[in-house]
Write a protein that binds this ligand. Structure first.
Ligand SMILES: Cc1ncc(COP(=O)(O)O)c(C=O)c1O
Length: 304
């Protein structure tokens, strides 16, 4: 992250002040929650896409783990806005997080202080003209944990150990990202993104009951697809369905809509449906789609 300022527990501090303790419970045990929000430079302003939905999920994730945020939704929203305005970036990535802090090295959380922090970093990204960049995906040998092992609808830090293991394995095999299966062998998701197939013009994506985090981008894509007269179904996807699909793409705040180039011998490239939705999405996040303009929070871009 670019050295700078972040917000923690109501104060603005600089990176070098080191607000988190080495004995922080969140660091040792991965018991924490976070969000990832994108900001897009539009002229002299910054468009934050679906900020309210991200912060609602942040609150829900914290509630599921029982981490008291100690700040109202309005206070956290204001922290995100003022920190981002102050940072002065155009395209950027905002990371709210909550975790238990320093103290005894045991696993218990009773009596520990919870911390809420917001970080922001620059994330420059060119708008594409014709096609979005493609991604190469490898099926991970690490499977997703079952729904009775972790609260999968919370965006918890510890859950990402599984994602990072898959991503490292994917990189070692020359791919960009990992595609995870559930314990039952159904298609789940990628390390930080949901997955869609397109077959015969119908979009399919694994349902919530598969244990996937139902992403905000997944939701936006379903809305855009329906708006384009496409049919979308949420139903289990097998590996055979995936490998024989016409198109496969990933969706996530970070990746946006990303066509999957290939999985093993199955080559998809960027098909017409993926291209259409990727174009619509890059307009939506910048407040250029009529029905979705109210999902954008506009910020002033301060000169640092
Ligand atoms: C495991 C996983 N699935 C899906 C997503 C996509 O979620 P969103 O579209 O809300 O960014 C993410 C990213 O946060 C993720 O980590």
């Amino acid at each position: 992250m670019t050295p700078g300022t972040y917000w923690i527990d109501g104060r603005l501090v600089t990176d070098t002040e080191g607000a988190a303790s080495l004995s922080a419970h969140g660091l040792h045990y991965g018991y924490g929650v976070f969000e990832g929000i994108r900001g897009y430079a539009v002229g002299g302003d910054v468009a934050l896409f679906r900020l309210d939905d991200h912060l609602r999920r942040f609150e829900r994730s914290a509630q599921i783990l029982g981490i008291p945020l100690g700040h109202s939704g309005a206070e956290i929203t204001q922290a995100v806005i003022s920190l981002t305005e102050r940072a002065g970036f155009g395209d950027c990535y905002i990371r709210p997080m909550a975790f238990y802090g320093g103290g005894p090295l045991g696993m218990g959380t009773a009596g520990r202080a919870a911390h809420v922090a917001v970080l922001v970093d620059e994330w420059e990204q060119e708008r594409f003209d014709s096609e979005p960049e493609r991604i190469r995906v490898a099926v991970s040998t690490w499977r997703r944990p079952g729904p009775d092992t972790l609260p999968l609808q919370a965006k918890t830090t510890g859950m990402y150990l599984n994602s990072v293991l898959g991503k490292r394995e994917a990189h070692a095999s020359g791919a960009d990202d990992a595609l995870f299966l559930t314990q039952e062998g159904l298609v789940a998701d990628a390390s930080g993104a949901n997955v869609f197939t397109v077959s015969g013009g119908v979009l399919r994506t694994p349902p919530r009951s598969t244990g996937v985090l139902c992403g905000i981008t997944r939701d936006t894509v379903m809305e855009l697809a329906v708006g384009n007269g496409l049919r979308v179904v949420e139903e289990p996807v097998t590996l055979a369905d995936l490998l024989t699909a016409d198109e496969v793409f990933l969706t996530g705040t970070g990746l946006e809509i990303r066509p999957v180039e290939a999985i093993g011998d199955s080559v998809y490239g960027c098909g017409p449906t993926t291209r259409l939705l990727a174009h619509d999405y890059q307009k939506a996040v910048r407040g250029e789609v009529d029905g979705l303009r109210d999902r954008v929070t506009w910020l002033r871009r301060d000169t640092p």
